[in-house]
Design a protein around this ligand. Structure first.
Ligand SMILES: Nc1ncnc2c1ncn2[C@@H]1O[C@H](COP(=O)(O)OP(=O)(O)OP(=O)(O)O)[C@@H](O)[C@H]1O
Length: 205
């Protein structure tokens, strides 16, 4: 998978968040998008995900050398981000099962196994509304990381996680980031320690 931005720019009202961004993201690599609070990391990630229309330039997607239509892109991308809501009325088991109906999970991974890996197996049948913020974050990571997609987008992946949760996240990356295209938006070097490439959004103002 290859995601290319050419001359990409995004403006909210009169303010350019980023501009003249030429960059290609390729499978087998992990990228960090860095920059201070409010600099536009999440905005850029949303543009990469195809969830936000850019104001100028182009975002294109290629799988094995073939262009992917914009409306087929979502099947290729899994994302975990603070602004993406869980369905609070569901249990974690129901939520992952519902999600798996749209986007299959990696083969040979059952829902109980996924919940065990992220450490919330005891709450498998508890409604998400009663989860702590760290438990919700663990569920978001499970949903994204175990999706069978070539692209994995993570915005502030260790938000609300304790030390064991942060270690769990890094071991997930060690196991499930290889061969995929992973992009992490972060201010915290611990979250992107495994990334080989980094893009400082302040260079595109
Ligand atoms: N829908 C919107 N309408 C107007 N302005 C917006 C909108 N979304 C984001 N912004 C602005 O765009 C800028 C970049 O926000 P963004 O959330 O992308 O930054 P960030 O680098 O991810 O920040 P943080 O590190 O705090 O998460 C901010 O000034 C923000 O107020």
């Amino acid at each position: 998978m290859r995601i290319s931005l050419s001359d990409a720019g995004k403006r909210f009202n009169r303010e350019w968040i980023f501009r003249k961004l030429h960059y290609s993201f390729e499978s087998g690599n992990s990228y960090a998008i860095t920059g201070p609070n409010g600099s536009g990391k999440s905005t850029l990630l949303q543009a990469i995900a195809g969830a936000l229309t850019i104001s100028e330039g182009k975002v294109t997607y290629q799988l094995n050398g073939n262009a992917i239509a914009d409306d087929a892109v979502f099947k290729q991308i899994a994302i975990a981000a603070p602004y993406l809501e869980l369905i609070e009325e569901m249990t974690a088991t129901e939520f992952l099962s519902f999600h798996g109906g749209f986007k299959p999970f990696l083969p040979n991974h059952t829902i109980p196994e996924m919940l065990t890996v992220v450490g919330i197996e005891k709450a498998a049948h508890k409604q998400i509304r009663y989860y702590s913020s760290g438990m919700k974050q663990r569920l978001k990571l499970a949903q994204a990381v175990f999706s069978d997609t070539p692209v994995l987008l993570l915005d502030e992946p260790t938000t609300n996680l304790d030390a064991s949760g942060s270690a769990m996240y890094l071991s997930l990356m060690e196991k499930y980031a290889k061969d995929r295209l992973v992009i992490v938006c972060s201010n915290d070097p611990h979250e992107y320690v495994f990334c080989s490439q980094s893009l400082d959004i302040m260079g595109y103002k």
